[in-house]
Design a protein around this ligand. Structure first.
Ligand code: BES
Ligand code: MN
Ligand code: ZN
Length: 494
């Protein structure tokens, strides 16, 4: 998508669509709204009243100008009362604008910005435009394929020289939006097209573009390294597992070393403890954590923060066959602990256990993992909220600040030590599942065993990795949830 900063009077702007931001309950008091309303002889106010358009967040009102303005259509986009974080508000505003432009099947748009938008906030506008315009159309042919997509956006700005910082803001925003889109694409891609080897190929491509280091271990390499849990999960599929380690090293001295770990199950049938047929197809998205890590690494390569960032992915396909691992099996792990398998459908924590042990060896300041780990977390928090666990309050606050800036919902759950005893096995160091109650917590407690005491945050993204409707910056389908929060965490802005 092309974006330009354009100096123009709003009533002279030529475009297929002219977007006008409106703060809730302050219709007439807004610059753009007032000039257009005057040019249209008060029609805008009357129509807004008739349609009960108050400027609530994400509310839109479209109208044709019928030759009274150079712009063919005007779309009012509500900002709400702007009590949230401004970055998130701007991103959502721009996303709603882009989505409505796509809905109107137009190629170009002129975007008015909310009053007092700072140059430094242009990045979030650009992010929102790319996120809102996102669609997964790869497999649509003929009539189903979209004929028009939003290609060009002119962003209105007051007169004066466009600064290099403003241009850089747009550039970074586009790159970040594209990094999230890449994560969404990976989640939407079906499992017959995206295997563990496919995830590794994607990582290699991202590393090449972003000049990152990348190491990939295949099935043999995973076993040779001692990641026996990861190996076990992958042993029942002809699509063999991969272990991926990407590294970004800043040119300047690194302030800290952060390691992100993603669950990359390209398909989770449940294995021999097979899942019911209903909804099994959604398990092509069981690599949402891996997608968040890939998106993050792509974004980090563009933003170039002064932080060392590692992206680690345990990729596998969980399938039942003659070679599959079984309930009752016992395996060693990279960490050295032995694990008794209870249910082959609790595969994510096994792959992550080895990946976390690997991460711990990097001597990180903080490990953050993302995983579509438990249905229990969705029961607890619903479909749009991540449940996260943190080993200390300081890092929990840091994650919450990052999530607020990103506009992603994350709620802390407890590492309740008393439930640890459910993981005791009669014949091995650990069982990998506990009882049904508190299933997200016992999963987290199991993972903690492999973090070697490092500062650690676990994000159970089972719900928000996928959305059943488009809202704000989020499309229907894969969301790329996590990329923006992790990027904000890396950048350390609040
Ligand atoms: N990938 C699933 C969790 C999941 C379920 C994510 C629904 C998104 C939507 C995970 O591997 C799994 O199967 N977890 C089991 C664990 C249980 C066997 C202890 C679950 O949540 O039922
Ligand atoms: Mn499973
Ligand atoms: Zn799974």
């Amino acid at each position: 998508m092309q974006m330009q900063l354009a100096v123009s009077d709003v009533i002279r702007a030529e475009a297929d669509v002219l977007v006008v931001p409106v703060t809730e309950g302050a219709l007439g008091r807004q610059r753009f709204f007032a000039s257009i309303d005057a040019a249209l002889g008060g029609t805008l106010t009357r129509l807004a009243e008739a349609q009960e358009f108050q400027g609530k967040a994400e509310q839109t009102l479209e109208l044709a100008t019928l030759g009274r303005l150079p712009a063919v259509r005007v779309v009012l986009v509500g900002l709400g009362s702007r009590r949230g974080h401004d970055a998130a508000t701007l991103r959502t505003f721009a996303a709603v604008a882009a989505r409505s432009a796509n809905g109107l099947r137009v190629r170009s748009m002129v975007l008015g910005l909310p009053d007092k938008t700072a140059g430094s906030e242009l990045r979030h506008v650009a992010e929102g435009l790319v996120l809102g315009a996102y669609r997964f159309t790869k497999y649509l042919t003929g009539d189903r394929a979209p004929k028009q997509t939003l290609e060009r956006v002119d962003i209105l700005r007051p007169a004066g020289k466009v600064t290099a910082a403003e241009r850089r803001g747009l550039e970074i925003g586009i790159a970040v939006g594209e990094a999230v889109s890449l994560a969404r694409d990976a989640v939407n891609e079906p499992a017959n097209e995206l295997s563990p080897a496919g995830l590794a190929a994607l990582a290699i491509r991202i590393a090449k573009v972003g000049r990152l280091k990348v190491i990939v271990l295949d099935k043999k390499g995973i076993l040779a390294k001692g990641m026996k849990l990861h190996y076990a999960v992958g042993q029942g599929s002809v699509n063999e597992p991969r272990f991926i380690h990407m590294t970004y090293i800043p040119k300047k001295r690194a302030r800290e070393r952060l390691v992100f770990v993603g669950k990359g199950l390209t398909f989770d049938s449940g294995g021999l403890s097979i899942k019911p047929a209903a909804g099994m197809g959604d398990m092509k998205t069981d690599m949402g954590g891996a997608a968040a890590v890939l998106g993050l690494m792509a974004a980090v390569a563009a933003v170039e923060p002064a932080v060392e960032v590692h992206g680690i992915i345990g990729a596998a396909e969980n399938m039942p066959d003659g070679g599959a691992y079984r309930p009752g099996d016992v395996f060693g792990s990279l960490d050295g602990k032995t694990v008794e398998i209870v249910n082959t459908d609790a595969e994510g924590r096994l792959v992550l256990a080895d990946a976390l042990a690997y991460a711990a060896r990097l001597e990180p300041d903080l490990i953050v993992d993302a995983a579509t780990l438990t249905g229990a977390c969705m029961v607890a928090l619903g479909k749009s909220c991540t449940g996260y666990f943190a080993t200390a309050d300081g890092i929990a606050r840091r994650l919450e600040r990052a999530a607020a800036l990103a506009g992603e919902q994350m709620w802390r759950l407890p590492l309740a030590d008393d439930q640890r005893e459910q993981l005791k096995s009669d014949i091995a160091d650990l069982k990998h599942t506990g009882e049904r109650w508190g299933g997200a917590i016992t999963a987290a407690l199991f993972l903690r065993e492999f973090t070697a005491g490092h500062a650690w945050i676990h994000c159970d993204i089972a719900g928000p990795a996928l959305s059943d409707r488009a809202t704000g910056v989020i499309p229907k389908g894969g969301t790329g949830h996590g990329v923006l929060t992790f990027l904000a965490l890396v950048e350390g802005v609040s």
